[in-house]
Design a protein around this ligand. Structure first.
Ligand SMILES: *[C@@H]1O[C@H](CO)[C@@H](O)[C@H](O)[C@H]1NC(C)=O
Ligand SMILES: *[C@@H]1O[C@H](CO)[C@@H](O)[C@H](O)[C@H]1NC(C)=O
Ligand SMILES: *[C@@H]1O[C@H](CO)[C@@H](O)[C@H](O)[C@H]1NC(C)=O
Ligand SMILES: *[C@@H]1O[C@H](CO)[C@@H](O)[C@H](O)[C@H]1NC(C)=O
Ligand SMILES: *[C@@H]1O[C@H](CO)[C@@H](O)[C@H](O)[C@H]1NC(C)=O
Ligand SMILES: *[C@@H]1O[C@H](CO)[C@@H](O)[C@H](O)[C@H]1NC(C)=O
Ligand SMILES: *[C@@H]1O[C@H](CO)[C@@H](O)[C@H](O)[C@H]1NC(C)=O
Ligand SMILES: *[C@@H]1O[C@H](CO)[C@@H](O)[C@H](O)[C@H]1NC(C)=O
Ligand SMILES: *[C@@H]1O[C@H](CO)[C@@H](O)[C@H](O)[C@H]1NC(C)=O
Ligand SMILES: *[C@@H]1O[C@H](CO)[C@@H](O)[C@H](O)[C@H]1NC(C)=O
Ligand SMILES: *[C@@H]1O[C@H](CO)[C@@H](O)[C@H](O)[C@H]1NC(C)=O
Length: 436
């Protein structure tokens, strides 16, 4: 195997590459690539085979707080088409936006910490920006067949962003991990901390597995973290998210428009807003699809919701209809199988009246987002905020929700009263819960 050593530290900004006849002659050995496979469920599509890598680019950090983004970029270029970029030093700094959407069959081994600089003014102008929900990214991975692993940490240093938000609520904060247009890949055994915004934005991608990720967000003062969603999937297909721990303050997983064939399993979420489909149907003239989602064996503690499906009603004529509902589409074949709740507000919250506080208006202009073939099965645990109410299922009319099934649901509340559920415009004959 060939090895390249990219020495950032020696020649300043220009990199120096030393080629070794054999990796063992000049470079440390690498941990083996872990086997990452969906378990126990899969979405039905095969995961592409990822061939063995045949060369290695070792990246040596400059150290002393200097920016390593250029040498990481150079290594990704040098090891593209079949190599491994090895980031084995204790700390790397990224101070420039990194566009890694050209990748073809590359692995990244991250052993230490990758830390993003706190230069808000730089990132405001240089981050990669997308129109969908104003998403912007520090760096973005795309291409084909990419594996990222190694036990290391990716640190967004979100605190400076949350602090700045106190005086600027519209501050465009970068998402920690951008995955844009990646077909085939795995993310395994990494810790992510303090994203200024979401942890992951996965867009225009397919055939990815996220496994054994540990994600935590914690403000060190009274300015809270904001929008720290674990994963937001958008225009993406055939994704598995499994065996991970997420402690955050917003959705644990969020299925945004056009999320299809996704399995989420064995997650532990704490502090979140739940595993959420939507919000969808927000934009008049747009079509949103969320289909074939299977959420298995998750636990949810101190969260707003456990399982959540939120879609907008139809647009009210004369309202500011560009962003307050009216979108068409479907939420179909979504199963939540096995969820254990500890102290959630609602164990299940399904609404077709999202963003419309006036229920009369919601019923007058029912949602054009059909919700059908939804299963909630095997829910245990406790709910507390709205005791004795433990969940709510509110559709905008009888035909806009079809075949919503709830079985084997046992959610209790602190008062010990019989748990109650709010059910509106939904067929109660398939709901084995106490609708009031
Ligand atoms: C999961 O990640 C943790 C923390 O990095 C690591 O210690 C453990 O070995 C990983 N487990 C598997 C099965 O890869
Ligand atoms: C809190 O975060 C800020 C910004 O990252 C940092 O400068 C400061 O040292 C941190 N304070 C503590 C007590 O960790
Ligand atoms: C808030 O941040 C945005 C960038 O995200 C910027 O365009 C705007 O000017 C800032 N507003 C203030 C009052 O600084
Ligand atoms: C996804 O693909 C569409 C169509 O090619 C493009 O307009 C969009 O910018 C891409 N990226 C994201 C994040 O939506
Ligand atoms: C459910 O997920 C937990 C991790 O949260 C795991 O320890 C347990 O083995 C899983 N159970 C099943 C039946 O898959
Ligand atoms: C979602 O898919 C539908 C159907 O293919 C399409 O009409 C719509 O434009 C897509 N939306 C996005 C945001 O890509
Ligand atoms: C429902 O979605 C699951 C998970 O993606 C999939 O395995 C199953 O085949 C889908 N069912 C139908 C009827 O499409
Ligand atoms: C309507 O939407 C536009 C564009 O998003 C916004 O500038 C305006 O303030 C909104 N008006 C109202 C009454 O919400
Ligand atoms: C809700 O909308 C209806 C129909 O426009 C209106 O009559 C009623 O006053 C509204 N209720 C509230 C609380 O705004
Ligand atoms: C329910 O809402 C849908 C979508 O707006 C509409 O097509 C349908 O006619 C409504 N059904 C009833 C019974 O009002
Ligand atoms: C529901 O859960 C409670 C608390 O764990 C338990 O005591 C009760 O037996 C369960 N009920 C059923 C029907 O399983």
């Amino acid at each position: 195997m060939r090895a390249s050593i990219i020495y950032g530290a020696i020649l300043g900004l220009s990199t120096f590459t030393k080629l070794c006849a054999a990796a063992s002659s000049c470079a440390p050995s690498l941990p083996p690539r872990p086997t990452v496979a969906p378990f126990p469920y899969n979405h039905g599509k095969p995961h592409a085979v990822s061939p063995r890598r045949t060369k290695t680019c070792y990246v040596h950090a400059f150290g002393n707080g200097q920016d390593d983004s250029q040498i990481i970029f150079s290594a990704a270029k040098a090891c593209n088409n079949g190599g491994t970029v090895a980031l084995l030093d204790p700390k790397y700094i990224i101070g420039q936006a990194l566009d890694l959407t050209f990748l073809q069959s590359v692995d990244f081994i991250i052993k230490g910490e990758i830390s993003f600089t706190e230069d808000i003014n730089y990132w405001l102008q240089a981050s990669f920006k997308y129109t969908y929900q104003g998403a912007c990214l520090f760096w973005q991975f795309g291409g084909k067949d990419v594996n990222i692993y190694g036990g290391g940490m990716i640190n967004g240093n979100g605190q400076v962003w949350w602090d700045r938000m106190v005086t600027n609520i519209t501050l465009q904060r970068p998402i920690l991990v951008g995955v844009v247009g990646l077909q085939g890949g795995t993310f395994n055994d990494l810790s992510l901390s303090n994203p200024p915004n979401w942890f992951h934005f996965v867009a225009n991608s397919s055939d990815l597995i996220f496994d054994n990720m540990t994600m935590t967000v914690l403000s060190n003062n009274s300015n809270p973290s904001k929008n720290s969603d674990g994963w937001d999937l958008y225009r993406s297909d055939a994704i598995v998210i499994q065996n991970s721990y997420i402690s955050n303050t917003d959705d644990c997983v969020s299925f945004k428009p056009n999320s299809t064939n996704v399995v989420v399993q064995n997650l532990r979420c704490t502090g979140s807003h739940g595993i959420s489909v939507g919000s969808l149907g927000q934009y008049l003239g747009e079509t949103d699809i969320a289909e074939n989602l299977y959420i298995y064996n998750t636990s949810m503690s101190n969260a707003g919701d456990g399982a959540r499906i939120k879609v907008y009603p139809g647009a009210v004529p004369g309202s500011n209809s560009t962003s307050s509902g009216g979108g068409v589409g479907i939420v179909r074949n979504v199963t939540y199988n096995g969820m254990h709740d500890t102290g959630v507000d609602y164990a299940i919250e399904l609404t077709q009246c999202y963003g419309q506080s006036n229920v009369t208006l919601c019923n007058m202009y029912p949602s054009k987002m059909l919700i059908e073939d939804i299963v909630f099965n095997d829910f245990t645990g406790t709910s507390k905020k709205y005791d004795p109410t433990v969940g709510t299922l509110v559709c905008s009319n009888q035909t806009a929700c079809q075949n919503i099934v709830a079985t084997n649901i046992n959610i209790t509340n602190p008062s010990g009263k019989v748990a109650q559920w709010t059910c509106k415009n939904v067929d109660k004959s398939t709901l084995a819960i106490n609708c009031v």
